[in-house]
Design a protein around this ligand. Structure first.
Ligand code: NAP
Length: 235
């Protein structure tokens, strides 16, 4: 099926692995959004954008994608820090985290559904969520709140789309603990502000972190299935 993907956070980690997995398939073309400069290729286009900047996100225009049979928005870009307890955070860091993890996905989902309202393609929205959406983690309060909000956003949009009889699936996917720079940020946190620091260091030392390529393949398989709703990736 001819598939066009708009993927945020395509420059590294899970996003980069997703980009590579999609591009192995000749039916896929990808538009990657990130702050970093990325090389374009035949089926990979890229746009430099800082998702913490409201005007930039608001100003983003989705391509027409005429002839596509499936159009996918993957809200993958995310930020874990500030890792510190409430009372010790800067207002700016709180705002930036919420902008990237929740405001930008909401603005992009809204613009995506508007842009393709009359497009005959199947629409798929993937929100990369986290186990932190479902349980509190010390020093991650803002991250937990944004991921819980993203889950509810996705569920609410799915309900609306079903009410409208639209050909839209929403998946909120928790990838598990994955070996990316986000985990390096977690292991580099200040232990006096984060009681689980040693636990996350042990996960790394014991080689328990998942590899992003495996996660990317699981997500591509979900895009091609008829699944919707909450998914926790195992193994
Ligand atoms: N790794 C894990 O264990 C884990 C677990 C659960 C959930 N997740 C979720 O998985 C998703 C991907 O995380 P990851 O581990 O792959 O993280 P990562 O390696 O740190 O990559 C984050 C990506 O987001 C982009 N990004 C960050 N800030 C941005 C901004 N202001 N504007 C535009 N793009 C921005 C980065 O691109 P630039 O730096 O080029 O802008 C990068 O491509 C996140 O939503 C995260 O919450 C990860």
């Amino acid at each position: 099926m001819k598939t066009s993907v708009i993927l945020t956070g395509s420059s590294q980690g899970i996003g980069n692995a997703l980009k590579n997995e999609f591009l192995k398939d000749e039916n896929y073309q990808v538009l990657g959004l990130a702050r970093s400069v990325q090389s374009k290729s035949e089926r990979f286009d890229t746009k430099q954008i800082d998702l913490s900047e409201f005007e930039k996100v608001h100003g983003f225009r989705f391509p027409d994608y005429e002839g596509s049979e499936r159009i996918v928005l993957v809200n993958n870009a995310g930020k874990i820090d500030p890792i510190a307890r409430m009372g010790h955070l800067s207002a700016e860091a709180i705002q930036e985290n919420i902008s990237i993890n929740l405001t930008a996905p909401a603005i992009l989902i809204n613009a995506f559904l508007k842009a393709y309202e009359n497009h005959p393609a199947e629409k798929v929205i993937i929100n990369i969520s986290s186990g932190a959406a479902f349980r509190t983690i010390d020093a991650w309060s803002v991250y937990c709140a944004t991921k819980a909000g993203l889950e509810m956003l996705g569920d609410a949009v799915q309900d609306e789309q079903e009410y409208l009889g639209a050909n839209t699936r929403v998946l909120n996917i928790s990838p598990g603990v994955v070996a990316t720079s986000m985990q390096e940020t977690i292991r580099g946190a200040d232990g006096s502000e984060f009681k689980d620091l040693e636990k996350f260091k042990s996960l790394h030392e014991e080689g328990i972190l998942k590899n992003p390529e495996k996660v990317a393949l699981q997500i591509k398989n979900l895009i091609e299935s008829d699944q919707r709703g909450k998914v926790r990736l195992d193994g």
